[in-house]
Design a protein around this ligand. Sequence first.
Ligand code: ATP
Ligand code: MG
Length: 682
Amino acid sequence: MDLPATQLQTPPEPRAAAMKFTYTSGSRPLDGYTIKRGIGQGGFGEVYYATSDAGKEVALKLIRRNLDVELRGVTQCLNLKHPNLLALFDIKIDERGDSWVVMEYVAGESLEDVLARHPNGLPIDEALLWFHGIAAGVAYLHDRGIVHRDLKPGNIFNDDGLVKIGDYGLSKFISASRRSGQTESVGTVHYMAPEIANGRYGKEIDLYALGVILYELLSGQVPFEGESVGEVLMKHLTAEPDVSRVPEAFRGVVARSLAKDPQQRPHSVQEFLAALPTDYGRPVAPASLPSRPRPEPALAETTFLRSADEPPAPPQRAAAMPTGNAGVNTPPIGADAHTVFQRFLTWWTPLPKKKKILAAGAAAIVLSAVTQMGSGDGEAHTFSRILLLTVLILGGMRLAGWFSNRPIVAPATPRPAPPTRPVAAHPVAAATAQAPQPLAPPAQYPVRYSRRERRLARRSSGRELLSAKTSREKVTELFGSLLLSALVAGATSLLMLIVQHRDQQFYSEYAWLGLCAAMGAWGVLIPAKLWEGRQGDVVLRRFVMLGIGLAFGLAAFETGPRLLKIVLENDVHLPHVGFDSRSSSSVEGQPEVMSYLAYFGFLFLVLRWWKQADPLRSSRLSLWSLLVCVFWAGALSTCWYFPQPWGMMMAGAISLAVQLSSPWIDPQNRVAQAASAPAAST
Ligand code: ATP
Ligand code: MG
C-alpha cells in the first residue's frame, strides 16, 4: 500500500551532524571494509556506513563494551532470515580488540524519524503497515525463542518500503547494564515493560513494547512521559495509560498490551494481531511502506576523534579483558615462573600432542639415566622410575584419548535449544513471517574468524556458560568433584607407594598419603568452586590458599607423625640451602610442626592451584601444571626441609586429583554450548 508522496515533509535535521565519531571517512579499522561516514550513536556504540572491498554497502556497528556477553547474543542471531529483520552478516574483532557487527545498511529512515514528522500519529493505514511488519519480525524471533528486548522506533527502519527490525540479539546484557548506569537516556525507557524492574525478560516485554509502539504510531506520543528515567519507570509501574489518545477501535487492544501484569497482555504476537480491529483491512504482505531516504549527515559538520591516517591506538583489550582461563601462551599455574619458562613454552605449546608425549617420555628416560649416574644406592633410581612410570601412564592415557574425550564430571548441562513452533496461520503473520525452518546448528565459529577471535569467543562463551550455572548445579558439581578427587587421590597414592617399593609401614603410609592428597584436593576444589567464572583478586586468593596450606600442614602433621606414628625417610637428597627445622625436632631427622606449616603454606601460596580446577582451563589434564607442582614441591624443600619424595608425591597427587575431578568444558564446544542455551532468560 503506497502512500502519496505529498505526505513527505521536510527532512529532520541530520542527527549525526553534531556527533563525534572515532573513525573518519576512509579509515579501515576492520579488514575488508572502508568507512564512509558515521551514521549515529546509540547505547551499544557507534554505527557507520561503510563499503566492503567488493563494493557492498554495509552498516558497521562498533561495540566497545561487553564483548564477552555480546558475542553470544549476536551469534545466535547470525543465521536468522526474515524479510522484516535487518540482516546480520558477521561479527568481527579488529586489531584493537573492539568488536564490530557487520549488518545490512538501510538507506531509508527509521520509525523514530517518521514519528518525529508526525507529532499527532500516523494515518491509521500507514501505522498498521508499520505495525504488521514489526509484528511479523518479532513473531519470527519469538518462535525461535529470542526476545528482542530493545524494540523501539529507533531500531525499526523503512527499507525501501519494507519494515526492518534491527538490533535483535544485541540487547540482552547491554540494556541491563545501561539501566543501572547513569547514562540511560529517557528515550530508551519509554518502551520498557514494568516487570523489567524485577529482572524479568520474557517475550511479554516485547509485547508490551509493541503496545507502546502501536500507541505511539496512532497518537504520536508515548503513553508515559517524564522528566527523568525514574519518573518514566515509575509510571510504567503504577500509572494507567491514557488510551483515549488512540482511535477508539484500538483502545481495547492497546490497553491490554500495556497491562502491568504480563499475564493480562496478549500472550503472543499472533494473539495481539488477532485482537486488532478488522475495520481497516489487513495489508497484504510484505507490507510496503512509502519509501523515503534517510537524511545524509553533513560530513563537514561531523567531528572525528581520529583521522584516517593516524595509527591506531595501542590495544586496550588486554587490560580490559578478564583473565579468565589461561590462554595458550600463559602457563595455567606457576605463573611466577612464567618468564623463566617463556622460551620453553613458545617451543612447547604449539607442538602436537603426540610429539609432546614423545618429548616428555624421552626427557624422562634421559633424566632417569642422568640421575642414576654416580648413585650406587638406588635412591635416584627409585625416583626416576616413579617419574618415568608416571609420564608413561599419563602419556598412554592421553594417547588413548581418555582425558580429552571422556567427561569425568559432566560439564555445565547444555540446555536444549528453544523449540521451534510454527507461526500461527494468521493471515498477516502467515504471509509475512516465513515458514519457520529449524535453525541450523549453531556454527562453532564463522569460518572467517582468526585464531585470536576464536579464542576470545571461546573464553566469552565459557564465561557465559559458567555464569549461567545455578547454585544448585554448582553444589552438585562440587560434591561430584570432592568424591571423585578422593578416589583419584587414593588411587594415585597407592600407585606411588607401590612404585616406590615401600613395604614397611605400607598401610599407614598409604592411609596418610591418600588422606593428605584428598584433603589437599578438597582444599583447592572448594575455594575454586566459589571463584569459578569470576576474575577475582589474585592476592586475596593467594592469602586464602596460604591459610589452606597452613591448615593442611597442621592436619598432615597431626595425622602422620602424631596419629599414625609415621616416620618419613628422606629418599631423595636435594641440595639444601635454607632453614632446617630438623635440629629441634622431637624425633630425630623428622620435620617438626613448623616445618610442615612453612612447607605446605608456601606450597599452596605460590602456585595458583585454583586454575587447575577452572572449567575453562585449556585441557582437562595439563601435564605441565602437574610438573610445575611437583617441581615446586621439590624446589621448596631446598629452603624448607621436608623429606622427599613425600612432598613431591603429595603435590603431584593433589594436582592430579584436582584436575581429573573438576569439570572441564571442552574449548571446542563452548561456543556451540553457549549458543544452545536460551537467549531469553525468563
Ligand atoms: P540502541 O543502542 O538502543 O539500539 P539506537 O538504535 O539509537 O539505540 P544504534 O542502534 O547504535 O542506536 O544506532 C545509531 C544510529 O544508527 C541510529 O540513528 C540508527 O538509525 C542508525 N542505524 C543503526 N543501524 C543501522 C543500519 N543497519 N542501517 C542504517 N542505519 C542504522
Ligand atoms: Mg539501535
